[in-house]
Design a protein around this ligand. Structure first.
Ligand code: NAP
Length: 472
């Protein structure tokens, strides 16, 4: 019996769909799952009649694969990945390739690439985005590791990936943990956009008093515009229109307002702070999730802390409110991407990843959760100017900012007066106002630091470091 082209470990939501995708594209496959009952269920269910076999243990799994073996691990990130590597290594032979397609911490991937290559195995750390549907139909994939290892799987990945007008949504990202780093930042941008859209919904609901159906209409309009057409806007509209099967009311209104997180948003912000990237919009989205999780505290606080609003919600009922809201959402979304790209550019220098922003924008245009028409503009921006210092300074994006900043300011100021929190929108406003200001008040911060700690300061008019005895 001929051996299979492709092996998959981990029949979770992603693994099942990815192996069906590979098989549909002509790669006969073998699957292994720690709990064999799940393998049996899969083989007798979705994999029935397909060119997919199962293995009861890792020895049998490895033996059923053609050499050099190409094995994708889709198991929980962290210790389970190390456990699987340890269990499978004794059966692998020189040149075999392991691919970690989960959401692993990039520094873990750096370590694993180096450890596995010492044993003459290949190792690729690959971010995969698109959820279950994307995994089946074609995800966006961000593989990092040694170039020669990537070359072994390029044709497989190119067939499995989502396809857009200028090619498949996969490219070699760079060495070491770069693929997982880029996926982490992708998720950070995703956190930002999800929170931005939720704030827009809240302003329409609490400010204007709109129904879910009315709010969904604006999302449908946004999804028809170049600036906001995106997967997240599209699914938000669908979520808002979905009825609760229990009582036919709007399902979103029956969902607990506590947002979960699995780590990638936190890793994005920690990496940004370590690298010296300013990411206020993304950071605000993470804080918003943390605050949302304190539900019982918020219930108590609502009874004690009053809303300073003056009771005037006229702004939210004005015919221009939706235009201003569009401005706010467009600029916040642009800022989320711009901040993510800033992290990638700093990481590229710090870790010698040699990331190509134009290619990263290209592979995010299809399959992934942050796919949007804006990415075409982002791709063009870095195509036109590979050394662009910030997306905000590209002519098309700067024109958007100059045109829409007033709308964002009106939304944030009126939300503040109404007592409606808009952490991402307000952080974006401060981000843009800070970024476009050549003289910030940090001269005074420097004076204080020198006053209490003799940290020294630079002057505007002379080179060098200076110190003053501020207090007699
Ligand atoms: P998951 O729930 O994260 O993982 C389930 C799989 O991991 C199961 O096959 C499970 O086997 C296996 N597993 C857990 N601990 C193990 C261990 N110690 N040894 C061996 N196998 C172990 O499933 P998922 O949602 O498909 O995610 C897989 C990876 O992709 C994760 O890193 C996730 O963060 C990432 N990811 C998920 C999505 C998504 O939308 N779900 C999107 C992109 C990336 P058993 O059946 O035996 O428990």
């Amino acid at each position: 019996m001929s051996k299979a082209h492709f092996g998959l470990i981990g029949l979770g939501v992603m693994g099942e769909n990815l192996v069906l995708n590979a098989e549909r594209n002509g790669f006969s496959s073998v699957v292994y799952n720690r709990t064999f009952a799940k393998t049996e269920e899969f083989l007798n269910g979705r994999a029935k009649g397909k060119n997919i076999e199962g293995a009861i243990d890792l020895k049998e799994f490895v033996e059923k694969l053609d050499r050099p073996r190409r094995i994708l691990m889709m198991v929980k990130a962290g210790n389970p990945i190390d456990a699987v590597i340890k269990q499978i290594s004794p059966y692998l032979e020189q040149g075999d390739l392991l691919i970690d397609g989960g959401n692993s911490l990039y520094s873990d991937t750096e370590r694993r690439v180096s450890e596995l290559e010492k044993q003459s195995f290949g190792y690729i750390g690959m971010g995969v985005s698109g959820g279950a549907k994307g995994a089946y139909e074609g995800p966006s994939m961000m593989p990092g590791g040694t170039r020669s290892s990537y070359d072994q799987i390029e044709s497989l990945l190119q067939k499995m990936a989502a396809q857009v007008d200028d090619g498949p949504c996969v490219t070699y990202i760079g060495p070491g943990g770069s693929g997982h780093f880029v996926k982490t930042v992708h998720n950070g941008i995703e956190y930002g956009i999800e929170q931005i859209l939720s704030e827009a919904y809240d302003l329409m609901k609490r400010g204007s008093g709109d129904s879910c159906k009315e709010i969904a209409e604006l999302f449908a309009y946004w999804n028809s515009t170049e600036e906001l057409s995106s997967y997240l806007v599209e699914i938000t509209q669908q979520c808002l229109l979905t009825k609760d099967p229990l009582d036919n009311t709007d399902l979103v209104e029956n969902i607990m307002d506590k947002a979960g997180q699995k780590g990638t948003g936190l890793w994005t912000v920690v990496s940004a702070l370590k690298l010296g990237a300013a990411v206020p919009t993304i950071y605000a989205s993470l804080n918003a999730r943390v605050l949302s999780s304190m539900k019982s505290n918020r219930i108590r606080a609502e009874k004690i802390l009053s809303n300073p609003k003056d009771g005037n919600l006229e702004f939210f009922k004005d015919s221009q409110f939706r235009e201003y809201l569009t401005d706010a959402v467009v600029l916040s979304t642009i800022s989320s991407y711009a901040q993510g790209i800033d992290i990638l550019q700093l990481a590229s220098k710090e870790h010698n990843y040699d990331l190509n922003m134009q290619s990263i924008a290209q592979i995010w245009k299809g399959g992934c959760i942050i796919r949007s028409t804006l990415l075409k503009r982002i791709q063009e921006a870095y195509n036109n100017n590979g050394s662009l210092i910030s997306l905000l300074l590209d002519p098309w994006f700067s024109a958007q900012i100059n045109r829409r900043l007033k709308g964002l300011s009106l939304i944030v100021s009126n939300a503040a007066l109404a007592g409606i929190p808009v952490p991402c929108l307000s952080s974006t406003l401060d981000y843009l106002n800070s970024y476009r200001t050549s003289r910030l008040p940090q001269n005074l911060v420097q004076a204080m630091r020198d006053c209490f700690g003799s940290h020294g300061y630079e002057r505007l008019d002379k080179e060098g470091s200076f110190h003053t005895d501020w207090i007699d």
